[in-house]
Design a protein around this ligand. Structure first.
Ligand code: FAD
Length: 445
């Protein structure tokens, strides 16, 4: 519930460093920390709006990021808004999700909505992040790789004035100045933490792991496949999450699994063992065996449910995983990162059109307000579903044979899982989902 440290006042008390000596760094109107999907989207939209933006990334491109590489229509929508040609070579389209449970399987095509594309995509993060960062740069953002931000800088009032960083082979210190900073540094959320923005311990952080396999049998699957009946070795209980096999169209598949933290007194899930047990059940001809593995199994946290608030404070805006924006319904985080990046950019562009001072500050404070308006109820319901259902029983109850046999319920499930519905409603399902959301009490800021 409490997401900020008490006594959020001056910079030193909050962990932000006060003004150091000049180091020959750069100045900008906005600094974005991290060039993952959230940071590149924010930088691109800011640059397009004519804002001078400096995008700082600690790594270099191309680079690996542990992910399932699956993009739903929500992500595709955002990519199109960024001007990315999703028809170009390298993008692999999918029609929807295939859920597998207890020997039954069902295909859920992506909904046909007026407001979103009706297809999803896959692309490895190796390419994907590189492409997004290149687009941000082409739009006018100054991208600097190999620059590791060490913390926000603040003035005497605790307001952000830029960042401190290290760069180059010797890790030389550098100071970059800007009156506004966007923290897009992912699950570690170091920039937010340095300003005292703590994670809400009541919201889950799931764990997920993935590995690449060569699989001619599955690489051109037109669906994203998800398994709901994975057993955890040792306990014999259902995995509080799901497994996936996502086609990459180049002879490989991305195979992984994610798990919510289990209930009290349960041992943490051993993702490696659960994966071994699961893959041994998959048909031999799929090739999901050790000899076809193309990478080690790698894992990373999934911060969920809007777990860091407020998403704006004293010149710092949080986007993507740094604000725990991963969906508690599906574990998807890229669409949310891209969308929040755009919203943060739009908020800043509008704020900069006002004179510095209280009027600009008021405009910036609209960022968390708008986030809550768009997502608050959906995340609130998802957090409850996560606590009461998914973390205890996994996804098996949702895929009850009666649900799997009902096309209408399945269509509703698909829309709920990926948070899509036309507004105003175009059909009965949209209307039901909107009504359901309106019944959820509006979350507090
Ligand atoms: C196993 C796994 C599978 C997943 N599968 C999917 C999926 O299929 N579909 C989906 O939508 N989501 C998936 N997710 C979630 C998704 O990966 C994240 O939600 C998404 O990457 C968030 O984007 P981001 O830009 O906020 O953060 P990130 O992608 O983590 O990007 C943060 C960037 O900041 C940089 N950075 C960090 N610290 C600093 C610093 N101090 N200075 C400078 N730069 C810094 C990092 O190098 C990185 O480039 C998965 C996650 C996991 C762990």
């Amino acid at each position: 519930m409490i997401t900020e440290r008490d006594g959020a006042g001056g910079g030193a008390a909050d962990g932000g460093s006060s003004e150091p000596e000049d180091s020959g760094g750069e100045e900008a109107q906005v600094i974005v920390v991290g060039a993952g999907p959230a940071g590149s989207a924010a930088a691109l939209h800011l640059a397009r709006a004519g804002v001078d933006v400096l995008l700082l990334e600690k790594g270099g491109f191309p680079r690996e990021k542990v992910c399932g590489d699956g993009l739903t229509p929500r992500s595709v929508h955002q990519l199109v808004r960024m001007g990315i040609d999703v028809g170009a070579p390298g993008w692999v389209r999918n029609k929807g999700m295939r859920w597998v449970c207890d020997g039954n399987e069902v295909e859920l095509d992506w909904p046909r909505l007026g407001s979103l594309p009706d297809f999803g995509l896959t692309r490895t993060r190796h390419d994907f992040d590189d492409l997004l960062a290149a687009h941000a740069r082409a739009a006018g953002a100054r991208l600097r790789t190999g620059v590791k931000v060490t913390g926000p800088m603040t003035d005497g009032a605790g307001r952000v004035t830029g960042v401190t960083a290290v760069h180059g082979p010797g890790g030389e210190p550098v100071v970059h100045r800007a009156p506004l900073v966007i923290a897009a540094d992912g699950a570690s959320a170091r920039t937010a933490l340095a300003l005292g923005l703590e994670r809400d311990a009541g919201r889950p952080v799931a764990a997920a792991a993935r590995r690449y396999y060569r699989s001619e049998a599955r690489t051109h699957d037109p669906y994203l496949e998800l398994w709901a009946d994975l057993r955890c070795p040792g306990t014999g209980r259902d995995l509080p999450g799901y497994g996936w096999v996502f086609p990459l169209g180049d002879g490989r598949v991305n195979v992984g699994l994610g798990a919510l933290p289990q209930q009290r007194r349960s041992r943490p899930v051993d993702l490696r063992q659960t994966m071994e047990l699961w893959l041994a059940r998959t048909p031999e001809k799929w090739g999901l065996r050790e000899e076809n593995a193309e990478s080690p199994l790698r894992s990373a946290p999934l911060p969920m449910g809007l777990n860091r608030r407020p998403q704006y404070r004293r010149g710092l805006l949080l986007v993507g995983d740094s604000a725990g924006m991963v969906s508690p319904w599906s574990g998807e985080g890229i669409a949310q990162a891209l969308e929040a990046g755009e919203l943060a950019a739009e908020t800043i562009a509008l704020a900069l059109a006002r004179p510095a001072g209280p009027r600009r500050e008021y405009a910036l404070q609209q960022y968390p307000v708008e986030l809550l308006r768009r997502w608050g109820r959906y995340y609130r319901l998802g957090n409850v579903a996560g606590d009461l259902l998914f973390s205890r029983y996994g996804f098996r109850p949702v895929l009850h044979p009666r649900v799997m046999a009902s096309p209408r319920l399945l269509r509703a499930l698909a829309r709920l899982l990926i948070h899509v519905a036309d507004e105003p409603s175009q059909d009965g399902l949209d209307a039901v989902l909107h009504t359901l959301m309106r019944l959820v009490p509006r979350p507090r800021r």
